[in-house]
Write a protein that binds this ligand. Structure first.
Ligand SMILES: *Cc1c(COP(=O)(O)O)cnc(C)c1O
Length: 456
């Protein structure tokens, strides 16, 4: 299939071009933490695909015409109507971003001692489960553990493990199942409809509610169409509708597949649960017709959700990710296979075998991409997931040492990605030159956002 992006740039933003000495100075001043870098020192920003997508002229036109009424705003009705058509949930609550949706829903479903089962809880998702005194258990499928395997649905939840918990001594403590599509914490891999259907059946048999964390519902639908038999002839909208229909409700950040700078929602079937969420929402986020969002955000999201399900858009975006994955492979850098859509995960552990986990090879590669090319991305390895002792020395490494290259929606073109591939290839020519890093200062919570590092 021939693909090309079904849009053109009409307004552009200049990007900063810096010298290596300037970048060395900026990174040192940032304590070798990409989250501390000022954006005007970053040339290609691949830190996240969240809230970073380029909005369309149609979205901006809708935002300009937004209705800022406190109650009963037309913007809310447009927001709700797009989401009801997509999900068919009778209850749609706006919230300012995904983590607020998590907090509001989980506080109505979980309690201290309860268990949440997931293919993988995203970091804020886990934090919101744990803040309630509940326990977040990740049950990724076995195929996920093999980075090189090309199994099509490595984002699936391990249903045998879930069933064992549900029928075991902890069974009556399980408060919910949350299936993340695509599995962001699990390499951006998709979840199959067969897995979701079976998960739903299992949960219903045990009287446990099941929800989607649907931040990338459109990208998951696209990968289902490409990879799952029986779905080839369906549209992304049909697949997404089916996914929402298999579960009791969802939380979703709309900063991803809503292609908007801000926004999220909770969708629910159950009226009583929705009522409890709404009370919490009004007390902590905003009235039920805006939930902490500006009217312009409600309208940007409503339009973004219409655009994101366009097969031409999803096909071009998937092709962009696949092409960059191929370029990385050609440069001798392994990535987590098969490539997903919203990000590529570079296997830094394999590229930099001279660095032990305690010298954080993922972080080392991420720093090198910045120093060499002004490219900002983030480690997903022992720095993020490992455990440290009181001297900030690594005690338990993460199972993998990865770097996540996130791909903002509609922002960069092939020329930018060719540049990223060239920088990566240059690093891969002499990987032994990449230095390791040590931790200088690490706060106890939300470590990766706030730590300070130094070359070892
Ligand atoms: C981004 C994300 C969240 C949190 O959403 P925010 O809008 O950033 O608060 C939750 N789950 C997943 C899978 C995400 O990717």
């Amino acid at each position: 299939m021939r693909t090309f992006p079904p849009y053109r740039a009409q307004v552009v933003t200049e990007i900063p071009i810096t010298t290596r000495p300037q970048r060395e100075q900026a990174l040192a001043a940032a304590g070798y933490n990409a989250f501390n870098l000022p954006a005007n020192m970053v040339t290609i920003d691949l830190l996240t695909d969240s809230g970073t997508g380029a909005v369309s002229t149609a979205q901006e036109a809708a935002a300009t015409a937004a209705d800022r009424s406190y109650a009963g705003s037309e913007s809310f009705f447009r927001f709700r109507s797009v989401l009801s058509e997509l999900t068919h949930y009778p209850h749609i609550l706006p919230v300012h971003q995904g983590r607020a949706a998590e907090r509001v829903l989980f506080s109505a479903v979980l309690a201290p001692g309860r268990i949440s089962l997931s293919n993988t809880h995203f970091d804020t998702t886990r934090a919101n489960v744990e803040l309630l005194g509940a326990e977040a258990r990740d049950l990724p499928c076995a195929e996920f553990g093999d980075l090189d395997s090309r199994e099509p649905f490595k984002g699936n939840i391990d249903l045998a493990a879930a069933e064992q918990i549900l029928t075991g001594p902890d069974g009556n403590r399980v408060g919910m199942m949350l299936v993340t599509i695509t599995n962001n914490g699990g390499g951006g891999q998709p979840v199959s409809m067969a897995n979701l259907r079976a998960a739903s059946k299992l949960c219903r048999a045990h009287g446990v509610p099941i929800f989607l964390d649907a931040a990338r519902f459109a990208e998951n639908a696209w990968l289902v169409i490409q990879r799952e038999s029986g779905y080839q002839d369906k549209t992304p909208r049909e697949v997404a509708e089916e996914a929402f229909g298999l579960v009791d409700g969802c939380v979703a950040s709309l900063k991803k597949d809503g292609i908007s700078p801000m926004g999220a929602f909770i969708g629910l079937n159950d009226a009583e649960l929705a009522q409890r969420c709404e009370t919490n929402l009004i007390a902590t986020e905003g009235f039920r017709t805006y939930g902490g969002l500006g009217a312009h955000d409600l309208d940007r999201v409503a339009q973004g959700l219409r655009e994101v399900l366009d097969p031409n858009y999803l096909g071009a975006r998937a092709a962009e990710a696949a092409r960059l994955a191929q370029q990385a492979n050609d440069a001798g850098v392994d990535i987590v296979q098969p490539p997903g859509i919203h990000a590529l995960y570079l296997n830094a552990g394999r590229l930099l075998p001279h660095l032990p986990a305690s010298r954080f090879p993922g972080h080392a590669l991420a720093c090198e991409l910045y120093l060499e090319g002004g490219i900002r991305c983030v480690e997903l390895g022992s720095l993020y997931l490992g455990t440290l002792d009181e001297h900030n020395e690594l005690v338990t490494p993460a199972p993998f040492e990865l770097v996540r290259i996130a791909l903002p929606r509609r922002v960069y073109t092939q020329g930018h990605f060719d540049y990223v591939a060239e920088v990566l290839a240059d690093i891969a020519k002499n990987p032994e030159r990449v230095p390791g890093y040590r931790i200088v200062e690490a706060p106890a919570t939300l470590r990766h956002f706030n730590l300070r590092m130094a070359p070892a």
